[in-house]
Design a protein around this ligand. Structure first.
Ligand code: M6R
Length: 606
């Protein structure tokens, strides 16, 4: 995520930049910085308010760039905060995205004599540009040559002090919008930072570059071919713009699912080789080979993601895995075993019980690992090694996109550990290829929300609901029920469908709906039997089933279809309609789904 804002015009740039950063803070808030062509760089760790304290009333300069950071490479610190400069400090730039080949570029630049001052991938862009400028290229050519060397994703705004009214801008997989004013231009990673100034905008497409001055905005390809496109008018107001035009952050974050899945796998998943590269685990490759048992800890949705991970790791990595909620694990008399590791799953990286579990595991001398979204958070720092989600900030209290990313990272980890053990080449390729196509499949679900809305109509009047699933989708039944409870206050329980006859079936009657997650997998026939049993007792059934399954439509009252995939990956698809279902029910009941009552995004107390 991260937020970019830049300005070129007649006014005091620093004021416009600070205002823009405040509007963009929802995209990331671990550090922020700004610079104008006439100032030094100002940086601060923490929210934009911290940066404001450091920026004087009059900075000078009417061209500038600014950034609010959501760390991906390097902990949140002033050194790692943007803008970043070259050795000669003649240019500065801000960047969103991930430069995948930064290590190679950095080594080559260091050999050529460049000195780096941060741990970020971004800084290579500044030094590359510098090297082309030193070789005699114009700013435009140096910028284009730099971009052609980058692999990965970027939204970039760069200023060169030798050309004080120019901002060089580029877009590749990380959005950039240019706002057109009267004798001024505003640049941002999304319209929320500029709608207060202008509604006339030009969105850059991937592979496009813009050279922006107060009066001109020249758009071109990476090959310097001119592009002319008429600007569009945005209708959003400031608050709507932050939510990308969606009514709530929860909906925006569900809709971001495909993008998040792509980002979490980028540079890691190698479908053709049936392998996975996890940089965060490199330092402990040998210890990982010796692991005999993994205990996963997490709370709430993170625990349910871990529960899916248990099924994955046991079936495909061949590692005995158990799981506990943080609040139980920390008080368990965990026997010390050689070859045991504890894996914490946490979006925030700050959940008190999960953190306490990691500390307890360390005290007992166990290897500790993390799957964490917030870079530099306490769990990320205190675990021996781990994998970041790169899902961007999650604002909605109900976890949605982070949960998807947790499932994906657990699948990546399963392939990684499986390949160290007995997972066959063929099976690994099968899983990896399916994983690579998962974002498109999620997109397909998100394009057809009508059946989910119909299901929500059925659920909104209920006071209770049951969610059932088996094997990989048993945890998704628990997660679906939790989502519904959190945002719609309908009491819901998740159960392994096999447990129906041991109690819950007593509740079934015409006013008690069941959501049955029944993709075509190895337990499909058993799920169908459970659905029959519910129908025999006149219970309404909403089924989540595989596309093309016409049989289930004869039994269930409402069917929501998901594309076919590898059994191990079905939870990544089946949870999406359940997130939307909870969302629509919550909204239909008039609740603020982004801030459910009694809940906090990060539970930092026991
Ligand atoms: O930040 P964490 O992933 O450690 O948070 C864990 C839970 O508090 C969190 O998943 C919670 O259950 C969400 N509200 C679920 O939507």
């Amino acid at each position: 995520m991260c937020g970019i804002v830049a300005y070129s015009g007649p006014k005091d740039a620093s004021k416009i930049l600070l205002e823009g950063l405040v509007a963009l803070e929802y995209r990331g808030y671990d550090s922020a910085g700004l610079v104008t062509t006439h100032s030094g760089i100002f940086k601060a760790v923490g929210p934009v308010a911290e940066l404001k304290k450091k920026v004087p009333e009059s900075v000078g300069g009417s061209t500038g760039i600014a950034h609010t950071r959501w760390a991906t490479h390097g902990v949140p610190s002033e050194l790692n905060a943007h803008p970043h400069e070259d050795c000669g400090k003649t240019i500065a730039l801000v960047h969103n995205g991930i430069i995948e080949n930064y290590q190679e570029l950095k080594s080559a630049l260091q050999k050529a004599g460049h000195t780096f001052s941060s741990e970020t991938d971004t800084e290579v862009i500044a030094h590359l540009y510098e090297s082309y400028k030193t070789a005699g290229k114009t700013p435009k050519d140096a910028f284009l040559a730099t971009l052609r060397e980058l692999e990965g994703t970027y939204g970039i705004a760069l200023i060169d002090r030798a050309h004080p009214d120019v901002v060089l801008v580029a877009c590749m997989g990380s959005p950039i919008v240019i706002g057109i004013g009267d004798g001024e231009h505003f640049i941002a990673s999304d319209p929320s930072a500029i709608v207060r100034h202008t509604k006339k905008v030009l969105y850059l497409n991937d592979g496009e570059v813009a050279i922006v001055t107060p009066r001109e905005c020249q758009v071109m390809t990476l090959g310097a071919k001119k592009i002319s496109r008429a600007p569009e008018t945005i209708e959003w107001e400031v608050e709507e713009a932050k939510k990308g035009g969606h009514a709530h952050f929860m909906l925006k974050e569900i809709m971001e699912g495909p993008e998040v899945l792509r980002t979490s796998a980028r540079g890691r998943l190698r479908p053709e080789e049936g392998d996975v590269k996890l940089g965060g685990l490199l330092s402990i490759t040998h210890e990982l080979k010796r692991i005999k048992r993994i205990t996963i800890v997490g709370c709430g949705s993170a625990y349910y993601a871990g529960l899916v991970g248990k099924y994955m790791l046991e079936e495909y990595a061949g590692i005995a895995t158990d799981i506990d909620v943080g609040s139980e694990f920390r008080y368990r008399g965990l026997p010390l075993e050689e070859g045991a590791a504890v894996l914490a799953v946490s979006q925030s990286g700050e959940t008190a019980d999960t953190l306490a579990s990691i500390r307890e595991a360390k005290r007992r001398g166990l290897l500790t690992l993390g799957i964490v979204n917030v870079v530099g958070s306490t769990i990320a720092r205190e675990t021996d090694a781990g994998v970041y989600n790169h899902a961007g900030p999650e604002i909605g209290v109900a976890s949605t996109k982070a949960f998807l990313s947790q499932l994906e990272v657990l699948a990546l980890l399963t392939i990684f550990l499986g390949r160290q053990r007995h997972l066959s080449d063929t099976e690994a390729k099968r899983i990896a290829k399916e994983l690579a196509s998962i974002p498109e499949k999620v997109e397909k679900i998100l394009k057809n929300v009508e059946p989910i809305k119909r299901a929500a109509e059925r659920l909104k009047g209920a006071t209770n609901a049951l969610y059932i699933g088996r094997k990989y989708n048993m945890p998704i039944a628990l997660e679906g029920a939790l989502k519904l409870k959190e945002v719609s206050y309908v009491h819901a329980e998740g159960y392994g469908a096999g447990e129906m006859k041991h109690g819950p079936i007593a509740m079934i009657e015409p006013s008690f709906p069941t959501v049955a997650i029944a993709p075509r997998d190895s337990v499909y026939a058993k799920m169908i039997s459970n659905i029959e049993e519910i129908k025999a007792r006149k219970g309404p059934v909403i089924a989540v089933a595989t596309e093309g399954d016409t049989e289930i439509a004869k039994k269930a009252d409402e069917v929501i279809h998901i594309p076919e995939t590898h059994e191990m990956l079905t939870p990544i698809l089946s949870v999406v309609p359940l997130q939307l279902l909870a969302y629509y029910v919550g909204v239909a009941k008039g609740y603020n789904v982004d801030r459910p009552r009694n809940l906090a995004k990060s539970v930092t107390v026991e």
